[in-house]
Design a protein around this ligand. Structure first.
Ligand SMILES: [Zn+2]
Length: 291
């Protein structure tokens, strides 16, 4: 059985005596039942019959500072998807491990799809599910630049399939519904939650501490970024020169130094709670607001 984010048996880089005392985010217990990749097609058909929500996590393979693994976004989207699926009796499709990561293209290990191809991949996944009869889809994003792309994919799926299949497609980045709660829980000032930041580092501490190397960024200056994932600031939609190791950029936006396991656990709870609320009260753009 695959348990999301769990280290291989016996591989621990930390003294085992400390492990039981550490808080950690609960891992999905029934991963085999909600992971689409772990069920057979008859079980998938049964999920179709009950019109289960299908969650498609979208991630990235990109630099997140010297302290975090390259698959951070994919892991975070999938972890949240599994937690959410337990609450909503949903299925989790295999995560898309490559995303729009051109920002960090000059950092070793970053692999980016072009924007049109990325959108085509997500569109084809959504279209395949919709044409089989799955009517409820959630594109659950873990990599910021994928977010606006996923929104366009959701619109395109509706444009192409609404009259024949009547799907309902939600596109959201996992931190968005919980933004106010995360902002209230944070330790960093505005600009501290961006990329490889307080939020993401805390998330990894709570779920995969064995993959973090905090010593790698000890004493490293990581300036606050001009935007923020969760603060109520004016969104930044202006783009210029990308960061690179050549300009001594760390591939971090924000402040990972204030991250903690406790914060990660609290962040994840808030994230899953608010996503559950969002998906229990879906309100498509064209529907009238309940009075
Ligand atoms: Zn990230």
């Amino acid at each position: 059985m695959r348990v999301n984010g769990e280290a291989p048996c016996g591989s621990s880089l930390e003294p085992s005596v400390e492990r039981p005392e550490r808080p950690s985010a609960p891992r999905p217990q029934e991963a085999d039942e909600v992971l689409m990749s772990h069920i057979n097609w008859k079980q998938a058909e049964a999920a179709l019959d009950r019109q289960a929500l299908v969650i498609v996590p979208t991630g990235a393979t990109e630099a997140h500072g010297a302290h975090m693994p390259l698959d951070a976004d994919t892991h975070q989207a999938e972890h949240v998807a599994l937690r959410l699926a337990e609450r909503l009796d949903a299925l989790v499709a295999p995560a898309v491990p490559y995303g729009i990561s051109k920002t960090f293209e000059s950092f070793a290990g970053t692999v980016s799809l072009s924007i049109p191809l990325y959108q085509e991949v997500v569109y084809e996944i959504g279209a395949a599910l919709i044409k089989q009869g799955f009517r409820n889809l959630l594109l659950l994003n873990g990599n910021r630049p994928n977010g606006t792309a996923n929104d366009q994919v959701a619109r395109r799926l509706i444009d192409d399939f609404d009259t024949e299949f009547a799907p309902v497609v939600t596109a959201v980045s996992y931190w968005e519904p919980a933004a106010a709660r995360l902002h209230a829980l944070r330790r960093s000032p505005v600009g501290g939650m961006g990329h490889g930041c307080e939020l993401e580092t805390s998330f990894q501490m709570a779920t995969r501490p064995e993959l973090l190397d905090m010593a790698a960024i000890e004493g490293l200056e990581t300036p606050l970024v001009g935007w923020d994932l969760v603060a109520p600031v004016v969104p930044s939609r202006t783009y210029a020169m990308r960061p690179s190791p050549g300009s001594n950029h760390t591939s971090i936006f924000g402040d990972p130094h204030v991250a903690s396991t406790e914060s990660g656990v609290a962040f994840i709870e808030a994230i899953v709670d608010e996503l559950e609320s969002l998906m229990r009260n879906v309100s498509p753009s064209y529907w009238e607001r309940d009075s």
